[in-house]
Design a protein around this ligand. Structure first.
Ligand code: NDP
Length: 450
């Protein structure tokens, strides 16, 4: 079996790879298991310097990795550069975190009680195609820092940067067997990792549907799981907000990465008294979005990842859009930025589109905004725009959502926790919180009474 890797902007084949099966997956788990005892024993200082070296190699190879990611996902090169920059920062951060991940000493009678954060063993990391290396690093960084060994399965559509990461880890001096990349089908390689008795944990990002299956499969061996799943996030715009600023920013919060983003603010909720003015400004800002060749530095939106995905995205445009932008003709899986007036009961407002289609929904007051924003099975991300600080905080506290921003749409940072409420998953990535997902707490009591 082979995997054909395609450039979504040109439909040209950029690589043909052997697709791994169960045997190759088992061999990778074996290598990781053998490497675990010596990797966990590497001193914190030495492990930190290996991760720092990997971070530096990623920086040195930044342009190569960004171009590879841009060609494989069809994402604009400027965005890809930012993502690879973050990948290096993630490894720098977790290099620095290794000797700051403390246990506790707890006052007890008759002795001393202390806790240790022990690595889990072999962890299986399954990642999607939308931010391939970026999302991989959010898992690989803390997992390595905590002393685990890894089998990483990239998405079939976008395996190229994960394969380069494996090479760079070796070049950095990270021992053989510590980071193993297996390229193959989710239903084969991914499913085997979930079932494998020697895999202690699955770190997964992808669809809620596959996440549900992973949780079920993990039950058989009581595997730990971290799930980062879908989203249907609300961008709440109150009438007292800086409407120009909110409208100028809104297209980037949903059309960035062509909408293929679990954090996409794909429901734009606008207070009715400001709705018409905001809609005008939003149309203008969306019209100005630069769509085209991902290799061009000025491009802001590229194509979708595949022909099949474009078909799914198109199925969400069931009414005449309020506005639809331009997209190139000919080769490539292009889809125009699309604004649709909707109610929160419409399919476009309920399901994750994962494409450049935003639903514009009016609300009457603060209570109505909170009710609509929370009326979804998801709870990943979101934004609140208002000049009233108290209202901003009241709304933030009332939303059932893991990651929020006020008067901004940016909510992903290396040092702060990221993850969802409700069916957007559980567990936290990034920040010091991610280390909890790759360690067990061990409690040790020493009798000091002789
Ligand atoms: P999937 O959830 O199918 O894929 C994510 C990863 O899981 C891939 O590596 C995939 O492998 C793997 N996988 C698939 N099936 C299994 C399985 N049975 N056991 C273990 N691993 C498996 O997402 P899709 O790529 O199919 O995208 C579908 C939809 O999911 C999108 O339209 C979007 O709504 C949502 N999505 C959300 C993401 C997020 O960031 N939260 C990211 C990607 C998708 P392979 O690629 O080989 O199939």
């Amino acid at each position: 079996m082979t995997i054909t890797v395609v450039n979504p902007a040109t439909e040209e084949t950029i690589a043909t790879l052997e697709s791994a099966g169960v045997e190759e997956t088992d061999a990778a788990v074996r290598r990781a298991k053998e490497a675990f005892p010596s990797w966990r024993a590497v001193s914190p200082r030495d492990r930190a310097s290996l991760l720092r070296r990997l971070a530096s190699l990623i920086e040195e190879h930044g342009e190569e990795l960004a171009r590879l990611e841009s060609q494989n996902v069809g994402k604009p090169i400027s965005g890809a550069r930012g993502e690879i920059g973050m990948v290096a920062d993630v490894f720098h951060f977790y290099a620095g975190a290794i000797d700051k991940h403390y246990g506790d000493t707890i006052p007890v009678a008759g002795g001393v009680d202390m806790t240790f954060r022990e690595p889990l063993g072999v962890v299986g990391l399954i990642v999607p195609w939308n931010f391939p290396l970026n999302i991989a690093s959010w898992k690989v960084g803390p997992a390595l820092a905590a002393g685990n060994t890894i089998v990483l399965k990239p998405a079939e559509l976008t395996p190229l940067t994960a394969m380069r990461l494996e090479d760079l880890a070796k070049d950095a001096g990270i021992p053989e067997g510590v980071l193993n990349v297996v390229v193959g089908k989710g239903s084969v390689v991914g499913a085997r990792l979930v079932a494998h008795p020697d895999v202690a944990k699955i770190g997964f990002t992808g669809s809620t549907e596959v996440g549900r299956g992973i949780m079920e499969g993990a039950a058989a061996t009581i595997k730990r799981v971290t799930l980062e799943l879908g989203g249907k996030s609300a961008n709440v715009v109150y009438a007292d907000a800086d409407l120009e600023k909110a409208a100028a920013a809104a297209p980037y919060s949903v059309f960035d990465n062509a909408g293929q983003d679990c954090c996409a603010r794909s429901r734009i909720l606008v207070e009715r008294s400001a709705y018409d003015r905001f809609a005008e400004l939003l149309i203008e800002a969306t019209r100005n979005l630069k769509v085209g060749d991902p290799a061009d530095d000025a491009t802001e939106m590229g194509p979708l990842v595949s022909a099949q995905h474009r078909q799914t995205v198109a199925s969400f445009v069931e009414t005449t859009p309020l506005f639809q932008g331009d997209a190139p003709d000919g080769k490539g899986y292009w889809f125009p930025a699309t604004l649709i007036e909707a109610t929160n009961d419409d399919r476009v407002a309920r399901e994750e589109v994962f494409g450049p289609v935003a639903a514009l929904i009016p609300f009457t007051d603060e209570a109505d905004a909170i009710r609509i924003a929370n009326d979804t099975p998801y709870g990943l991300s979101g934004s609140i725009w208002t000049r009233d600080g108290a209202k901003a905080l009241r709304t933030a506290r009332a939303l059932d959502t893991g990651v929020l921003s006020i008067n901004s749409n940016s909510s992903v940072r290396v040092s702060t926790p990221f993850g969802g409420f409700k069916q957007s998953g559980f567990g936290r990535e990034l920040g010091m919180q991610a280390l909890a997902g790759y360690t067990e707490v061990k409690n040790v009591f020493i009798n000091t009474e002789g």
